[in-house]
Design a binder for this molecule. Structure first.
Ligand code: 173
Length: 535
């Protein structure tokens, strides 16, 4: 006779897998999960489901382990989906449980009930199901954890009817899955041969490098072969020290420009990088005729859809160790280092260039920087070199509202201060995350760059000759007052002369001081994102 319930078995599983911080937004379909809520669990409330998912993602990235998310029924899943899309594309491991109405009510299409719950979040989850029987819920969640954590990682969805939690179920035994795997040794030897013979090699580093914690083996390979190193277009994570003399910059998400940047190289090796992540359409081949691509990634799907090159399906660490071991120091010069930016003017209004120069001078090398200010991304990359794997985090897939809650979860993961640079437009998709940050004393310094609207959209319009775009102006919001109303202290600055002291104050807060928001009115930004359209 079983005496444990689904809830007992799931709580035990969450302890065994380290998922005792639950990010969620509760409702009546989750009530029975909360019965006898254990003292060793922390519930982090997001005041809308996309905020809960964004915070969970930041926590997962910081702990390098899956985070648990509890969503409220079909409507909550709907609210969360933009963030789930990011988590899927950015390979963030999440175990997402959505409440469902009681099994006895489902035939009558009840209030809150989800029709086809396992279909709704697809295709942006690695797996989605509602177990056939209540007693299968613990095993389904254990499986979900293992799927989320197996490369390529990502979110997994389980729908749980509300009456299941009190039903009897057996606990599930802890298990281990080792998911690293190595490419065919002959294929790696052939690649080593090409790298030994080539004239000018380059590496393209993608988000997979941080995901697999492979920065050091990537650096060792780059130094061994004296390769120029590029970051793949719009990568959501840093994976190479950007002050390294071999570092060359960030590939643009436009086909012709990207091919031109890689044209000087005869062999390019992409590491955990989808390489051809374009934002706007362009014509021309993905690579110049003289550039040969090799691509190492753990996702067989990515290997299949890339348009060119030789793919080796592999996790990176074992493949890089073997590859570097096969290569000798070559007789070739390293590429020249990328030029330093021209220092910004420090008078008049605040420009993004000035802000990033001052930030660079104040940012400790081990500080994590979260960014969601799309019209300033290129300026940030040019002026603030990040050194850490995962020291820079953003959305690699484009659903906005990710950065502000991501910073909360990332800060809660190790309670070290995070700096989050966020645009005015971006902030407003998920601004209530400031309340969660204040509530949990999350050490985040937000610097809100306010250019009065959706400047990236305007810039992309200008690029193709559309200069008047409805719905892109946002004015009349007092962000400092808004932050303070959520319990997050704030300040504002408008003039260059005020900025150094304002930044010293905002960035100098201790790790136990909770969040702070600095609202900066900025001018003179963006221009034409990605340069003029050549089509
Ligand atoms: O292009 C867009 O419309 C858009 O939403 C976006 C998202 C992220 C960065 C830049 C633009």
């Amino acid at each position: 006779m079983t005496t444990t319930t689904v809830r007992d078995a799931v709580m035990r599983l969450l302890r065994d897998t380290g998922m005792t911080t639950v990010f969620g937004n509760p409702g009546s379909t989750e009530l029975r999960m909360f019965r006898d809520w254990p003292d060793d669990f922390t519930y982090v409330l997001g005041l809308q489901e996309s905020v809960a998912v964004g915070m969970a993602a930041g926590h997962a990235l910081g702990t390098r382990s899956a985070a648990f998310v509890s969503l409220h029924s079909a409507g909550g899943v709907g609210h969360a989906l933009g963030a789930v899309f990011n988590a899927f594309r950015d390979r963030v491991p999440l175990v997402i449980v959505a409440g469902q109405q009681a099994r006895s009510l489902i035939q009558l299409r009840p209030f809150l009930g989800a029709d086809e719950p396992a279909v709704f979040p697809r295709p942006y989850v690695k797996s989605a199901r509602q177990p056939e029987r209540a007693e299968d819920v613990p095993a389904a969640l254990a499986e979900a954890y293992r799927i989320a954590m197996t490369h390529p990682r990502g979110p997994v969805f389980v729908s749980v009817p509300e009456d299941d939690w009190d039903r009897p179920a057996e606990p599930v035994a802890p298990r281990t899955v080792h998911s690293a795997f190595t490419a065919d040794p002959d294929a790696l030897a052939a690649l080593a041969g090409r790298l030994a013979d080539c004239a000018r090699p380059a590496l393209v580093v993608g988000p997979g490098v941080d995901d697999e914690d492979a920065l050091e083996p990537v650096r060792a390979l780059a130094e061994r072969i004296r390769a120029g190193v590029w970051i793949s277009p719009l990568s959501g994570r840093s994976g190479f020290p950007e002050s390294h003399p071999l570092f060359q910059g960030f590939l643009p998400p436009v086909a012709r420009q990207l091919a031109a940047r890689l044209a000087p190289y005869d062999v390019v090796v992409a590491l955990g990088a989808p390489v051809f992540t374009y934002h706007v359409a362009d014509e021309g081949p993905p690579l110049a005729p003289g550039t040969e691509l090799f691509h190492l990634d753990c996702d067989p799907g990515q290997a299949a859809w890339l348009p060119t090159g030789t793919s080796l399906v592999t996790t990176l660490r074992p493949a890089l160790a073997r590859l570097t071991g096969l290569l000798k120091e070559p007789d070739r010069d390293p590429p020249p280092p990328r030029p330093a930016p021209v220092p910004a003017r420090a008078r008049g209004h605040i420009t993004p260039e000035l802000f990033f120069d001052l930030l660079r001078a104040r940012l400790p090398h081990d500080r994590v920087l979260v960014e969601e200010a799309p019209s300033h991304r290129d300026t940030l990359h040019a002026r603030v070199p990040v050194q850490l794997s995962g020291g820079f985090l953003t959305t690699g897939s484009g659903a906005l509202g990710w950065g502000l809650p991501l910073a909360v979860g990332r800060a809660l993961a190790d309670r070290r201060r995070v700096v989050c640079v966020v645009g005015d437009g971006s902030a407003l998709y998920s601004v209530q995350a400031l309340w969660s940050a204040a509530r949990h004393t999350a050490p985040v310094t937000y610097v809100l760059l306010d250019n009065g609207g959706y400047a990236a959209v305007r810039a992309l319009g200008c690029r193709i000759g559309i200069t008047s775009i409805p719905g892109t102006d946002i004015t009349g919001i007092d962000f400092a007052a808004l932050a303070e109303s959520f319990g997050c202290p704030a300040a504002r600055a408008e003039h260059a002369g005020e900025l150094p002291a304002a930044l010293d104050h905002a960035l100098g807060r201790g790790d136990d001081a909770g969040p702070f928001l600095l609202h900066l009115r900025v001018t003179g930004s963006a221009g034409t994102l990605y340069g003029p359209w050549a089509g």
